[in-house]
Structures are given as structure tokens and as C-alpha cells.
Write a protein that binds this ligand. Sequence first.
Ligand code: AMP
Ligand code: ZN
Length: 666
Amino acid sequence: MDMQEKITALREELRRHNHNYYVLDKPTISDFEFDMKLKQLQQWEEAYPEYYDPTSPTLRVGGEVTKNFKTVPHETPMYSLDNSYSREEVLEWEKRVQKILGEVSVAYTCELKYDGASISITYENGILQRAVTRGDGVQGDDISANVKTIRSVPLRLQGDYPQKFEIRGEIILPLEGFAKMNEERIEQGEDPYMNPRNTASGSLKLQDSSLVAQRPLDCLMYAIAGSGLKMRTQFEMLEKAREWGFKVPPAAKLCNSLKEVMEFVDHWDVYRHELPYETDGVVIKVNDLRQQEELGYTAKSPRWALAYKFKAEQAATVLREITYQVGRTGAITPVANLEPVLLAGTTVKRASLHNADQIAKLDIRQGDTVFVEKGGEIIPKIVAVDLSKRRKDSEPLAYISHCPECGTPLQRQEGEALHFCPNELGCPPQITGRIQHFISRKAMDIEGLGSETVELLFKEGLIHDYTDLYTLTVAQLLPLERMAQKSAENLVNGVKASREVPFERVLFALGIRYVGETVAKKLARAYKNIDALMEAGEEALMAVDEIGERIAGSVVRFFSEEKNRERVARLKSYGLQFSLSETQLANQTDALKGQTFVVSGVFEKVSRTELKKLIEDNGGKVASSISSKTSYVVAGDRMGPSKKTKAEGLGIPIITETEFLSMLPS
Ligand code: AMP
Ligand code: ZN
């Protein structure tokens, strides 16, 4: 096999694994093996850019930035659906259908109604061309770059697909992924998202597709549009779509009578709570496409389809007490503790109340009988109060004014939904939370030390701050419960070893609000050492790529506090890394500041990787695809033809390797 064939074969193999994992939910290799293969492909692609393929599995990580989404027309309009809420309404609808068709026996395809953002994706010759939002139904926004990062959306099809067609589906955020995103947000001191649907559509409008790639979005398909298609029924369309590689949920069912339709509805009304995503109903579609055509459309929706909306499953119960949790950043989250009640097959004891505004809006009081509902979140929520059952002596709930853990008066910043306990230094969950963050895998990654041990060490008075970790001794640890000689030594050694952790991760570990992993990396690169960063003002910080007012303010605030400066000084004295290493530092300049480069082709004097590093080390930015924001395309031998056309079209200068190198300070 020559190299081109090898690359093609590996791409094909990875595409299959992607399909097994994200579409069929049946992976056949481990995540590790997959990552290794993907790395191999990345290396080959870097070494042989002439075999560029816009549908390569390596492009799923995104990178393209869209400033303004282009408005484009749909070739076939996207309609909404008529809703129904009762069996009677469904029966009436069938009567109308039968009357127009002049037939009594009509078959239907039943599908779940997925709750997300609708999308129409155009494929030509089996390759994804464009993905457009529903918009007003006639035209929508081109969000192709973002949709291409969704792993269950095939970039290239398999089987006997039509030459050109549009496929419609719903982009959703599965419940588990949504819950995880919220955990991380709370962890980073941000307000949690309210529900999966809005978060899914919000994600699609992010400008930076590499951020979209990090969100666990999924895409479920339900219709195909186009001319000259060979399918005859809705059900066949779904089957075909599956064959070509799309994700079509297996629940879809062909029903030969309205009785079967109602059985489908009844079944899913119960089992929908076991699905990994939200559904708010069933979509009933006349199966035969010729009959669909005959039935046609009203101004806003097809006459051949009807959405049956489930009643949200609710239960009434008594709200015993509202308690408050304090997170690492001091964020307070109110929790409703309920009289246990059976809801959608599980016993519910707790419900989330989000924040003070939410409680005030619903006028929720302790002792109230409340209605709980299972919505998008895994924890159920309170949707209303049964006022008829409210006790006469009930009083409006006064949101806590002081921290339940340490008694400090709470604060709430303007525009923020959550209250915070400002007692960073003395509030126990904040202290342990901060240390737990410090030692976590993406931060200092201290071996031999886990979250529970942190709690124990704090309780025993051995640590009050992450800086204390560095003075722990084996002798201090030994008397602790379940602490053998070996584990004590491991812990101390793990702490010692963490002194080699690079600056950017130390910066992340400090726990500055809004400074996540990526931001820490950017700041480390821009300032090179902690002293320069500590002196930086808000404006200077905001000049750094992707650092906005909120982050800049938080950084300045953090370092303006004496205790944080002391922390840094202490950690410095223990030998932690507070500047980029010699090798990282060597040859760093600002010569290319503000300029964005796209690199394409093979080079003679330096490798592609080196070239990219040179750009970044000199303050420039490397982008993966050409846009109007690109300053230069550095072209080597055998530059990708599509890149060349695009650069020329946008009038972006194409420079050689030598020309590029001459831009660097000598
Ligand atoms: P509505 O927005 O309530 O008018 O409902 C119409 C929308 O439901 C469509 O635009 C689709 O995005 C969405 N939808 C979700 N699941 C399905 C499905 N199985 N079939 C058709 N449309 C669906
Ligand atoms: Zn507190």
C-alpha cells in the first residue's frame, strides 16, 4: 500500500469506529486505541498535506471561526408541526386525513419528538456540504463549521445515497452531557445552564467551532427532502438514512392503525424517562409519501403530520425544607428537600431550585405543597405551588443572608443569578474545594492524594490551604486513620513531584475564577511568568487574544489580594514552576502579534509542527482554515488546492517558507 492508500484506509477505519461509537452506541475498540489511531492519522496528515480531505475524522475538533453566520435559503422549506394534547384531537386529525385522501386505512410512522434545535444538512455526492438552522423556515443561518464537529453527523456517507439531498434532524444535548457541563460550570464559578434545549441551540451559535466540538451534542434525524428520491414512505426514508450512516433513533415505528399509534404514545409516555435525551411528545406522520403530497401543507405546517404532546409528569408533595450548598468558589445553590414521592418511576427526595430569583418568582415557601416535574435536568424541578394547600400562617421565604457553613454575610454581584459567600479563607467547603481543585488531574495532578484525603487532612487540622500541602511530612500523616507508611510516603512524594508541573497548569490550579485550563494556557504564553502577570492591568489583559473584561477583572482582583500574593510567594519558595521553562521561553517574541496564519503544504527548512510553534512563540495565531480573518497563508510544497483557491478568492497573501522566516527577528 502506498501512503495515500494507507491514509485513506485509516480515515475509513476511524470513520467506522466513529459511527459505531456515536451513531450505533456500540464501540468495538477502546477509547485508548481510538485515540492512538487518530494520533497516527494526524501525524500522517501533517507529513502528507497533499492528501488533504475535508471529511477527515481529524477535523472533528473544529477550529474554524465564524464571525457572522451567513443567511441561506432552504431548497425545501422547513415547517413547524401542529400540536395536539389529547386522544380526541388525534382522532379528529385522522378523520380529516381520511376525508382528504378518500381512504379509511392509513398507515403512520411514529417517531419521538426530540427537543433541541432543528437543522437541515445538504449532502452532495455523499459529502456534507452545508448545515443550516431552521430560521424562519424559508431561510436560516449557515452553521456548517459548528455542525461538522458533532460526531454523530457523518461528514461522508456510505451505501447508495442520492446524488444530492437535504436531511433534517434535531440537534440535542443528551441529559448526561448536560449535567456534566453544568457540574463543570458550577465548579468554575459560573451560573449553571437552565435546560438542555436552550443550551443546545446556544452552542450552535458559538463563533469558535472548537468550543462547539467540546460540547457533547448529538444529532437525531427525522426527514429527507430533495427531488428524484426513490423512497416511497416515511419509514423507508428513516431506514435509508440509517444505512447511509445517520443517527435515527430505533424507537421509530410503523403503525398500521390509529390504535397502534395510541399504543406507541402510551408506551413512550411511560418509558420516555429512560431515554438518554429529552422528548416532549410523539410525531405522527402519514407513512405513504404520495399520500403526504396529496395532503399538502397549511401556511405553517404539513397536514400529514401531527405532534402529540405528552403531559409533563408531575407529582405533588410537601417541601420540608430548603437547604443551601456551598461550592468551591463560594457559589450558593438552594436545594429543596421533599417528602419522598414517586415520580416517573423513581422516588424523588430533592429538587433543584436554581437560585433566589427562581424561588421568589414561584413564591415557594417551606411547608408548601408543591408540584414537581421531571424536565430536562436529571434532578426534578419545582414548577408550581398548590396555593389551596398553603397554611394560613405561612410566610414568604427569606433567602439566606449568611453562609450556612461559616456565617459570613452573602454577596451577589450585579447581573449574576447566584449568591456567593465571600469568606474564601474561612469557609470550610471553599477551603477543601479549592484544595481539591488544586490537586485535580488537569491542575497539579498530585499522585497519592484524593478528594477524601483532602477532607480528612483538613478536618485533622493538617492543611488549611493548598500551600500547606508542601510542608506535610510522613510523620504528620502516619497517625491518621487508614494511613499506612506506604500511602503516607506516596502522598509526600506525589506532592514533591508536582513541583515539576508546568507553569500554565500551576496557574490553572491557583483557582482564579473564570481562569480555566485554556485561559491559563493563554495567559502563561502571553505573560511568560507570574510576576509579569501579577503586574498586568485589566486593559493589558484584555489585549490578549480571547481574554474579555470578565476574565481580566477576575485576574486583577485575584492578584490584588494580599493573601493570594502570599500564596504565590509561598509556592514559589517551595520550588513550583512560575514561569515558562527555558525551552518554552527560548525564541519567544511579539513579532507576529495580532496576525493569524494558516499553514499548508510541506516545508524544507522547518517541519510543519516547528513552523506552527514559531508562529505561536512569536505571538502569532495559527488557524486551521482560511477565513477573512487570516493574515497570511504560509504555503509549502504541494499546498492543498482547495486552500489555495480560497486564499486567492479572499485576497489573502500567500507567502513562502523563506518569506515567513524573514518576518521573524534574527
Ligand atoms: P414546533 O417547533 O413545535 O412547531 O415543532 C416542529 C419541530 O419539531 C420541527 O422543526 C423539528 O425540529 C422538531 N422535531 C423533533 N422531532 C421531530 C420528528 N421526529 N419529526 C419531525 N420534527 C421533529
Ligand atoms: Zn461560607
